[in-house]
Write a protein that binds this ligand. Structure first.
Ligand code: FPP
Length: 254
């Protein structure tokens, strides 16, 4: 942990306004394949470098004291990729979870997951559940991996749970509010992301956290995910800090 602190200071931490950090950062990690292709490497090597970037960004988030980080690691749509790539990604994910477990424990990081976890291969799911349960007592930071995740799916699942409550008579339709609805999302306690980052330059949401990003600041960078390091991350946060968040208001003082 100490080493990371020194590194943080070197990369210009002082330029970040400590009093105006996002509480929740969500990231669409895109560009692993392109990163590899540009180097004449196999796509899976891009994912390996991508996992290293995940480690760096998780550490940087913890160092800054940002309490919530959510990473889009595998979408519902990603199941359509070639079997070989899916297997490589799932294997990588399982090994990552096992390897990082101790470090999460040492740094007060709680792992959580959103998405159709039941669709993951057995070994990956086991490592996921083990790391989640081992880290469940931590409370300094919540790292959420979106796995087999779809934003519309999450909304449909919430709507179904709500409908069941109406059917059983414990909730009346006229009592539905945004606040009530959000209690049926996968992680009710999760605050909405303040900052949504997408790497590798595409201007899309790709079915990520649709409900939660209503007022998030969007930051899209051409940097490919394996190249997204602490310096780029701080750049994104610095830009976030320069934005004026109005939440639909006028921004006029008073
Ligand atoms: C996008 O790159 C990335 C993914 C589909 C998965 C993200 C996975 C990782 C960053 C590595 C493992 C994750 C963890 C949590 C250890 P892409 O293949 O879509 O790139 P492309 O658009 O250039 O083809």
């Amino acid at each position: 942990k100490g080493d990371h602190g020194i590194l943080t200071a070197m990369v210009g931490m002082d330029e970040l306004d400590r009093s105006n950090l996002p509480r929740h950062v969500a990231i669409i990690m895109d560009g692993n394949g392109r990163w590899a292709k540009r180097r004449g490497l196999k796509r899976v090597l891009g994912h390996h470098k991508g996992a290293d970037a995940v480690h760096e960004i998780v550490t940087a988030t913890r160092d800054l004291g940002i309490p919530w980080l959510t990473l889009y690691a595998f979408s519902e749509e990603n199941w359509q990729r070639p079997q070989q790539e899916i297997q490589a990604l799932m294997g990588l994910l399982g090994r990552f979870l096992k390897k990082e477990r101790q470090e999460m424990l040492d740094n007060g990081i709680r792992l959580s997951a959103i998405g159709r976890i039941d669709k993951l291969p057995e070994t990956t799911r086991r490592e996921l559940l083990e790391t989640m349960s081992a880290t469940s007592v931590n409370h300094d930071m919540v790292l959420t991996l979106a796995l087999s995740y779809g934003g519309r799916q999450e909304i449909v699942d919430a709507a179904r749970a709500l409908a069941l409550q109406v059917q059983s008579g414990s909730l009346r339709p006229e009592d539905f509010t945004e606040e009530v609805f959000s209690r049926f999302l996968y992680i009710p306690a999760m605050p909405d992301p303040d900052l949504l980052i997408r790497t590798s330059g595409e201007y899309r949401i790709s079915n990520f956290l649709l409900w939660q990003i209503a007022y998030s600041e969007l930051y899209i960078t051409p940097i490919l995910w394996p190249d997204f390091d602490r310096r780029e991350y701080h750049r994104a946060i610095r830009e976030y800090q320069q934005r004026e968040r109005r939440f639909g208001n006028t921004g006029a003082a008073g």
